[in-house]
Design a protein around this ligand. Structure first.
Ligand code: SAH
Length: 249
């Protein structure tokens, strides 16, 4: 989904973070990680954090010794920073940046998002190589996120913007709405049940049913909820019948 968007880690210190970045990239559909002059790259330390699912991302990492070389083929280069003072102006939020990143991607542009080392972040030298700058807003307590969490936040915003239709939660498809036939059946069933349990007064049951109708129309039950309510009514009627039979004997 974010295939044309690549993540560049500039001088990352901890291989574990690189593993977590790989996992985040796989979660969000980003297929390429680039390492620039990593401090102590160790696949064995990265793997447990990446999980075996994201191993191919670690195996396919591209290496460069300078950031200038790493970014040379990209059309748009987004730098990320926790520090926003001084001349670091016109900084976008991840949400704003994601809008333009996805527009560039849709126009066939190659986009790189650059993340700095855990201890010092990106310095002005690296930021000069970036065409845009983004920051993740935080509380005043601490502006700096863990490297892989920063990657996740930015990619998630891009992921959301890349969706052509609203995000759906897998496995949570909604049941269909009920049709008018079913709605009327439910009202009839409810009316009869409420009469059976002596909740509705037999002299004017439809008056009270107006409120029930309005309530159910507002709730607009789905098919599974309709089935539940019908089942509930049937069960109440069964209990009433049993009680009446017992009273006769
Ligand atoms: N101490 C460094 C933080 C480095 S954290 C500093 O003050 O800049 C490692 C990297 O994670 C950063 O270089 C940046 O790429 C990313 N990152 C961390 N927090 C961020 C934030 N609030 N906004 C954007 N990127 C952030």
């Amino acid at each position: 989904m974010l295939r044309l968007i690549h993540v560049i880690l500039f001088r990352p210190k901890y291989s574990e973070n690189i593993g977590s970045v790989a996992r985040a990239c796989l979660n969000m559909g980003c297929s390429q990680i680039i390492l620039v002059d990593p401090w102590d790259w160790n696949l064995d330390k990265a793997l447990p954090l990446a999980t075996h699912h994201a191993r191919h991302l670690l195996d396919n990492i591209q290496f460069f010794s300078t950031l200038a070389e790493a970014v040379s083929s990209y059309n748009f280069i987004y730098g990320t920073t926790a520090r926003t003072g001084g001349w670091r102006k016109a900084i976008q939020t991840p949400e704003q940046a994601a809008t333009s990143i996805i527009e560039h991607r849709n126009d066939g542009g190659q986009v790189a998002i650059v993340f700095g080392p855990e201890n010092v972040g990106l310095t002005n030298d690296e930021i000069e190589l970036c065409t845009q700058l983004l920051t993740i807003p935080t509380t005043k307590n601490l502006s700096s996120l863990n490297l892989s969490q920063a990657v996740m936040v930015v990619l998630y915003e891009c992921f959301k913007k890349s969706m052509t239709k609203p995000l759906e939660i897998p496995g949570h498809g909604q049941a269909r709405h009920i049709n008018n036939n079913e709605r009327e059946l439910l009202f009839t069933q409810l009316r009869q049940t409420l009469l059976d349990i002596d909740y509705l007064k037999p002299d004017n049951p439809d008056y009270f049913m107006l409120t029930v109708r309005r309530f159910l129309n507002r709730v607009n039950p789905r098919f599974n909820e309709y089935n539940q309510l019908m089942g509930l009514c049937r069960q109440m009627q069964r209990i009433v019948r049993l009680a009446k039979d017992k009273a006769k004997t």
